[in-house]
Ligand binder design. Structure first.
Ligand code: GLY
Length: 400
């Protein structure tokens, strides 16, 4: 128990973060956090009963009461075991750990998957949490093998990790902002293996992304297409947003989270400054609704029939809780208050499903891929993961 608590402190907040947070009064209560984590556990028991063996839950279709699942090679495969492990860390309920371990067995083979950049999501969210909570050395081997697979996608001319492979003639070497979420995994691999290669790739990728992905207003493109032979930028696109010049909401959240974690791991002020710029773009955006749960794209005019993206709010809230501990003065307070408001909104009946409904997912109203007409206004496994992570981070702040 003591070991678990200490591991979580290391996981969730650096000492500097904790010190900076002490100057801000926390406005959410212990009851709020406990009630919502207990609610999440009850909901995940519903989900656990519904998920068939051999697959991972992705979303739920209310119209025909059907759970949509994915195989281990989907980018979302790590979120279900990862959420179970956060809930186990909170409750110590053994069935949550057992279910997570069963699903992780399905994911192990992905450590050899060199055909995707999504290994941070697929492996680190699940096995990373499992290693911290159980110290099972097998998980370390799986993660280190996976980090090597991910590193195989790095191109030293482009100075980035390649995102997608199958894109016809559209892109030559696409790099998406989501790719920043892999860097925590690579930084971990260097710390554990002693091989600096992974952290060097991580820093170089973050630097190239910082140079090419952002616009003058600090919003980011989704896809930068590079020439793999020269490293030149060929196209700046936004594939999952409203148009190429729009600010896709989840993309902004990935960038915010990515530069925040890069500052945590490197202490390079350039990353902190970038995270602050992204946070200020998000929070200052006139299209951010009063409840701070964004529409699916910040560039789309607000309206009652425009879908929200609760997953973007959950990722943003989790990142802002950490960034609040790194930023100073009024910015620190602003980020904390915004995260608190996001968590309050997500935990209200407007976004949180009653226990036993929603297929067992915690949150409603996320948007997966609006331009492809896919997963619009639905629950999504990654919305739940980052929501529970944010609650766990908040709980850690309360304990300090
Ligand atoms: N990484 C895929 C997405 O955010 O939709």
């Amino acid at each position: 128990m003591v070991k678990v608590r200490w591991s979580l402190i290391l996981l969730l907040m650096t000492a500097a973060t904790v010190n900076a947070q002490r100057s801000n009064k926390l406005e959410l209560t212990q009851d709020f956090v406990d009630n919502n984590l207990n609610n999440a556990i009850a909901q995940y028991h519903t989900l656990m009963e519904r998920v068939p063996a051999g697959v991972l839950p992705r979303t739920y279709l209310k119209a025909n009461d059907s759970l949509v699942t994915a195989k281990s090679n989907s980018w979302i495969s790590g979120f279900y075991p990862g959420t179970l492990l956060y809930l186990y860390a909170y409750s110590q309920q053994p069935d949550l750990l057992e279910e997570a371990k069963e699903r992780l067995k399905l994911l192990e083979k992905e450590k050899n998957n060199k055909g995707t950049h999504d290994l941070g999501f697929m492996l680190y969210c699940g096995f990373g949490n499992a290693l911290r909570l159980t110290d099972n050395a097998d998980y370390e081997e799986i993660l280190l093998t996976g980090a090597e697979s991910l590193a195989s996608r790095y191109n030293p001319t482009v100075k980035c990790i390649r995102s997608w492979d199958h894109n016809g003639d559209k892109w030559k070497f696409p790099v998406i902002i989501d790719n920043m979420m892999n860097l925590e995994f690579l930084n971990w691999a260097s710390r554990v293996s002693g091989n600096p290669k992974y952290a060097e790739i991580s820093k170089t990728h973050a630097n190239t992304t910082l140079k090419n992905h952002f616009r003058a207003d600090n919003s980011s493109y989704h896809v930068i297409d590079y020439d793999s032979e020269t490293g030149a930028v060929r196209n700046k696109h936004t594939h999952q947003g409203a148009d190429h010049e729009s600010a896709w909401a989840r993309g902004q959240a990935w960038g915010l989270y990515g530069y925040t974690l890069m500052y945590r791991d490197t202490k390079d002020k350039a990353y902190l400054n970038q995270a602050i710029k992204i946070a200020d773009f998000i929070l200052g955006n006139p299209n951010l609704p009063e409840d701070k749960v964004p529409y699916w794209d910040y560039s789309v005019a607000p309206g009652a029939d425009v879908p929200r993206d609760a997953s973007a709010a959950a990722i943003t809230a989790s990142a802002l809780l950490e960034l609040s501990g790194m930023a100073k003065g009024s910015k620190s307070t602003r980020y904390l208050r915004a995260a608190e408001q996001m968590l309050t909104s997500l935990s209200s009946p407007s976004y949180k499903a009653p226990i036993g409904t929603n297929g067992g997912f915690i949150l409603t109203h996320s948007t997966g891929n609006f331009p492809s007409k896919s997963e619009i206004d639905v629950p999504l496994s990654y919305a739940d993961y980052y929501y529970v992570e944010a609650l766990m981070r908040y709980r850690q702040l309360m304990a300090n």
